[in-house]
Design a protein around this ligand. Structure first.
Ligand SMILES: Nc1ncnc2c1ncn2[C@@H]1O[C@H](COP(=O)(O)OP(=O)(O)OP(=O)(O)O)[C@@H](O)[C@H]1O
Length: 361
């Protein structure tokens, strides 16, 4: 690509432990001011990837570039402190014997006046200037996390690596700290690579999500695209509960109780999973044994009987036992609607909300 190189680029990183590729050919780029989330289940290799970029672990093959300059392959290796990288980890504790200001100043170079100016700038940005002379134990968990952010940002790192930085905080506080952190990182124009196993965190923070499984990135893109066009059943299931209807392809179509689904390019006889999220199952009332009329967009309605309905605050989760095969499908609906078990209702699902994937055993 012509023009400015990415702030961070990794190419084909492989890391083996005990004969297993724990990181198996990971490539990605992060631009200045952009947050990329490495998202995946526990053990998929996220932290190992981050540790390699930080320089505290070493890849078996692959390269790391910062602003287009090679900082590490299997021959050259810039030490961690020479990479312009800041770190923020959940258990990256503050120094208990130093004041808040001394903690933030810890990695800074320059004159005393320059250091003081930078510390004051960052502490006021995270709203903690009045705590400058206190010690960490006098601050709440959320405040300590903000100090940790200020400390990591103080030397103006070109790249910030964050590994589950908010997981020690309780829910409400976590949302606030995430938003504040994001605002500060954007102002500083830092390129951020954030590791998390929580889809909500990734959706809230990321400009781009790299979904990782078994050491590989299986899908990469804006949160909206990753959520709405998953590459496979597991990618869909990572973000929410899913419904799955099984079918077999005949003539690029598969027949279900909801009518036909297109399966272009899928060979005859292939078993497929038709996957959709519970919020996309639409409910209609029973009109003397009939449901709404079929439409090209929503297909044929199918009847189910309410098995269970649970109130969950903002929404209700309703489980239906379907007449056609006795399977259970789930719908989330606004919680004003809480039908009684045994109520027959009709269900439809819009075609553009469904994904047809060849079944993997
Ligand atoms: N030093 C090591 N020696 C041997 N195996 C390791 C080492 N470090 C990591 N692993 C293994 O590599 C795999 C990936 O670990 P990693 O910590 O990168 O996963 P993760 O996706 O970050 O998971 P988590 O969210 O639980 O930290 C795991 O199976 C882990 O046991």
């Amino acid at each position: 690509m012509a023009g400015t190189p990415p702030r961070l680029e990794i190419r084909n990183i492989v890391r083996r432990f005990g004969g297993r590729n724990v990181v198996d050919g990971v490539s990605l780029q992060v631009q200045p001011g952009q947050v990329t989330c490495l998202l995946g289940p526990s053990g998929c290799g996220k932290s190992t990837t981050l540790r390699i970029i930080a320089g505290v672990d070493m890849q078996n093959s692959g390269e790391i570039y910062v602003d287009g300059k090679l900082v590490c392959d299997t021959i050259h290796r810039v030490p961690p402190e020479g990479r312009g990288i800041g770190l923020m980890f959940q258990d990256f504790a503050l120094f208990p014997h130093l004041t808040i200001a001394q903690n933030v100043a810890f990695g800074l170079k320059g004159s005393a006046a320059q250091k003081r100016a930078r510390v004051e700038e960052l502490l006021s940005r995270v709203g903690l200037l009045h705590y400058a002379e206190e010690h960490p134990h006098q601050l709440s968990g959320g405040e300590q996390q903000r100090v940790a952010l200020a400390r990591a940002l103080a030397p103006r790192p070109r790249i910030m690596l964050m590994d589950e930085p908010f997981s020690g905080l309780d829910n409400r506080l976590r949302d606030d700290i995430r938003d504040e952190t994001l605002a500060v990182l954007k102002e500083e124009g830092t390129a951020v690579l954030l590791v998390t196993h929580e889809p909500d965190e990734a959706m809230r923070m990321a400009d781009e999500i790299a979904l990782m499984r078994d050491g590989r990135i299986v899908q990469q893109g804006a949160p909206y695209n990753i959520y709405n066009t998953p590459v496979d059943r597991a990618a869909a299931a990572f973000f929410s509960d899913i419904n799955v209807i099984q079918g077999t392809v005949r003539g690029a179509l598969t027949e279900t109780a909801f009518g036909q689904f297109l399966a272009p390019g899928v060979p005859d006889g292939t078993e497929v999973d038709i996957v959709f999220r519970p919020q996309h199952l639409k409910i209609d009332f029973d009109r003397s044994g009939k449901g709404p009329n079929p439409t090209p967009l929503a297909g044929v309605p199918a009847r189910g009987v309410v098995e269970r309905a649970r109130f969950m605050g903002r929404e209700s989760l309703v489980e239906f036992r379907m007449d056609f095969d006795g399977s259970i499908l789930k719908a989330t609906v606004p919680s004003v609607f809480l039908p009684k078990p045994g109520t027959p209702l009709w269900l439809t699902v819009r075609r553009e909300r469904c994904f047809v994937f060849p079944r993997k055993e």
